[in-house]
Design a protein around this ligand. Sequence first.
Ligand SMILES: *Cc1c(COP(=O)(O)O)cnc(C)c1O
Length: 370
Amino acid sequence: MTGDQNDPWLLTPGPLTTARETREAMLRDRGSRDEAFLEINNRVCQRLVALVGGEGGYACVPVQGSGTFAVEAAIGTLVPAKGKVLVLVNGAYGARMARICAVLGRSHEVLENAEDEPTDVKALEAKLKSDSAITHVAAVHCETTSGILNPLEDIARAVAKGGRRLLIDAMSSFGALPLDVKAMPCEAVIASSSKCLEGVPGLGFVITSKQALRESAGNAHSLCLDLEDQWRAMTETGQWRFTPPVHVIAALDAAIAQHAEEGGVAGRGARYAENHRILVEGMRELGFETLLPDTMQAPIIVTFHTPQDSNFQFTPFYDRLRDRGYVIYPGKLTKVDSFRIGCIGQVGSEEIHGLIGAVGASLKEMGISH
Ligand SMILES: *Cc1c(COP(=O)(O)O)cnc(C)c1O
């Protein structure tokens, strides 16, 4: 699909394979205070808000950096110093939000489920009832550690019923799985340029209620990561406070145009679901087992158990796939030996079929029979 076939296909959680048009949008130098760039910037922000149905009440506040910068900015800005965050953890990205709270000195507590279990919404409801100090709940939509899909609508309902505010790390689902802030009450949705939107890395963003932004003046622990300050400056001047990643934003503008052409969230989600189906069927035929049952699995990234065969080692397997043009990802689970293969990025059924062929050939070379 990219046509640049000296590069391998990136079947990872990101950065991902991007379209040539997306990369070509970076072949120009644009001044950060120039009208041509400001128009692109404004369009990108508006389209991101529209992707989650936030027109009117929500604003997109962009932040330089990777996705984690936006998560830290959201927690630091939206949670006041005397707030308390209940962090829902069933993988590394939930755990990272708890760590951010600890580093920022925000009072917090963790509600933990195992890495192969979705968030327990009953336990969440009970916790909200029993601890009136909790002001915010932080949840991960698709926990990329395992690839599990958390029950976001049920979580949002429980949080709204408990009268608390919900911050969603939608990093690995934004643009591919439906999320509508009108249908599902939440204070903020956090994502980045380089996952399902298929832009290049370098930009995080928070789509958050304007009311919450107004209320959060003075909360932030950091000047660079102060979303309220960034938003106010951008609203007043149309400009970024500090040097924006102009090339990254131009690429994201092109990537969002392609996303719309593909049929928006539904179209992109359908391609990834097909990638996921081919991947799981093909790998199972070769004898691999998925960590998760199909009912818990998001069509984003799949965790496979490492085969028991003594001839199997991840690094030589990885290298053989890399030599055949496919980059996969090591596992991130704390207890189980595993590896991961992504379904996202500018790849389709042809590439996933190609990967399955490469996996079969690599196993044969390594003397592994299933
Ligand atoms: C990728 C990802 C992040 C952010 O990671 P960065 O490396 O900082 O871009 C956060 N949460 C989830 C669920 C992710 O998949």
